[in-house]
Every structure is written in structure tokens, then in C-alpha cells.
Design a protein around this ligand. Structure first.
Ligand SMILES: O=C(O)CCC(=O)C(=O)O
Length: 260
């Protein structure tokens, strides 16, 4: 219907650009909503029941057998936060590429044999992203070495920051080809309270604050969320364990590249 007044048209514009996370049904995706996210007019996409309860249980059991490694790591905002991880993430080993790739080869095998054989969720994450951006997908490589494809992460909170690989001076060969970057999370365990991902409309972490426009995404077991990691974002303090399967993907002219 054509807008009947400038006021209506203003409201329609506001509706078009509402900063919210769109709920997407995997079997019958709302393509208009996905398009709005892909063009930057929405904060994120949320896929309810991406994993069923028995699947998260299987994965949790496998993770408990492997054992999470805890360490104090850089929080990208000048502080240190206690994190739990399974598998290397590049940011942790940015000063030691050799160690990152050494661990990647070990954990790639562990993940394949002990998690993905039970629940092969990773190709499903790639498929969903591929459909959203109408691009094929692959795992990023640096000098013919595959990056780690995903991580298992315990992250109780994170200050306001953004993740943009080409801006991090990593020397990774695929980084200059990226035109956009996204983060994805599947929640396996959620805290009693808190732990929401706050996604700001602002990109600059220094300008994001309580008065900025933002949306909070509450963690829910089995859900997948995807958001632009180049938006300022934070994880609100949580009371209880917040365990996710997580990673990044970026857009290149040829395809989406996944890494962590
Ligand atoms: O776990 C989350 O919700 C977001 C984590 C985060 O800040 C990141 O991936 O950079």
C-alpha cells in the first residue's frame, strides 16, 4: 500500500530499519527479514531450535569428556577475562601462528571424531549463512593451512568491542579479501541470569553506551544467532555457565569464509 502522508512514509522507513533480531524459521525462512539483515538494517538473525535437546545433550556429553581449557585472555577492550575454550581461536595465538595451526590440526580431528560424528551441526551453520548471503562457503586458509572452523567457548561476559579481522593486522592472507564479518553462536548451556549479547547500532565501541540504540539477545539453549561482529557488541555479566559453539565468517567476492 502506498504511504498516504509524509508521516506514514517516515513510520514505514523507521519500521524498515528497526534495530532488532529477526526470528527465522529454518524450514521456511522469511527472505525479506534475511535481506534486511544482509543489508545492515537488522541487528541479527535468530534460529530457534537450531539444535534439538538430545543434540545439545550429546554435544555437552562429548565436551565434558574432552575437557574445557581455562585461561586468562585479552578481552579486546584493554582488560583480561577468564575464558574457557576447546580448540584454538586465532585471536589468542595472534603472535604465534605456528602454535595456532598446530593446535588447529589437533582439534580439527578431535571435533570431527568426537563431536561432528554425533551431531554434524557445522555444515548446517554454513548452509544457513550461504542461503542468507547467496554465496558458497568454505573454511578460510592461510598459506594453504586451514583455519580452525569453530570453537567451544565459555564466556561469562565481554566488554563492548568489535571484531574486524582486516583491522587487526594479523598478516593472514585471506584478511584483505573480506568485505564484512559476522559472528555466530549456538547456545549449549545458558546462565541462570544475564549473559545477553548486546548488539549496538553503533560500530565504534568508543561511541557505544547506555544511550545508544541496541538490542539484547538472551541466550537460549539450542538457538543459533548470527550478527555482524563489526557492530559494537558486548556480553552482559552472567550468573552461571554460558557455553556456546561459536565462530566467525566473512564475505569475500567468491564465497563466505569461516574461521575462529
Ligand atoms: O558470545 C557472544 O554472544 C558474543 C561473543 C563475542 O563478543 C564475540 O564473538 O566477539
Amino acid at each position: 500500500m502506498a504511504p498516504s502522508s509524509p508521516h506514514d512514509s517516515g513510520e514505514m522507513m523507521a519500521e524498515e530499519k528497526k534495530w532488532l533480531v529477526e526470528d527465522i524459521h529454518r524450514a521456511a525462512p522469511d527472505l525479506t527479514a534475511i535481506k534486511k539483515f544482509s543489508t545492515g538494517d537488522r541487528a541479527g538473525l535468530r534460529f530457534k531450535n537450531f539444535l534439538q535437546e538430545y543434540q545439545t545433550d550429546l554435544i555437552l556429553h562429548a565436551i565434558s569428556k574432552i575437557g574445557i581449557e581455562y585461561y586468562n585472555g585479552d578481552d579486546k577492550a584493554g582488560g583480561v577475562v577468564r575464558k574457557g575454550k576447546l580448540g584454538p581461536n586465532f585471536f589468542r595465538f595472534k603472535d604465534d601462528h605456528g602454535e595456532y595451526f598446530r593446535r588447529a590440526r589437533i582439534f580439527e580431528k578431535i571435533f570431527e571424531e568426537r563431536i561432528l560424528t554425533l551431531v554434524n551441526f557445522f555444515p548446517r551453520v554454513q548452509e544457513v549463512a550461504s542461503k542468507a548471503f547467496a554465496l558458497g562457503h568454505g573454511v578460510a586458509e592461510h598459506q594453504h593451512r586451514r583455519m580452525m572452523n569453530f570453537t567451544v567457548r565459555v564466556l561469562p561476559e565481554a566488554p563492548i568491542h568489535r571484531d574486524w579481522m582486516p583491522g587487526e593486522n594479523t598478516g593472514l592472507s585471506f584478511a584483505p579479501h573480506l568485505s564484512d564479518q559476522f559472528a555466530w553462536n549456538i547456545y549449549l548451556k545458558t546462565p541462570e541470569s544475564g549473559g545477553q549479547t548486546r548488539i549496538y547500532k553503533e560500530q565504534d565501541p568508543a561511541l557505544a553506551n547506555e544511550r545508544s540504540e541496541y538490542v539484547d539477545v538472551a541466550p537460549r539453549v539450542g538457538e543459533l544467532i548470527i550478527f555482524r561482529s563489526t557492530q559494537a557488541h558486548a556480553v552482559l555479566p552472567s550468573n552461571g555457565e554460558r557455553l556456546t559453539l561459536s565462530g566467525f565468517f566473512g564475505i569475500t567476492p567468491e564465497k563466505l569464509l569461516f574461521w575462529v
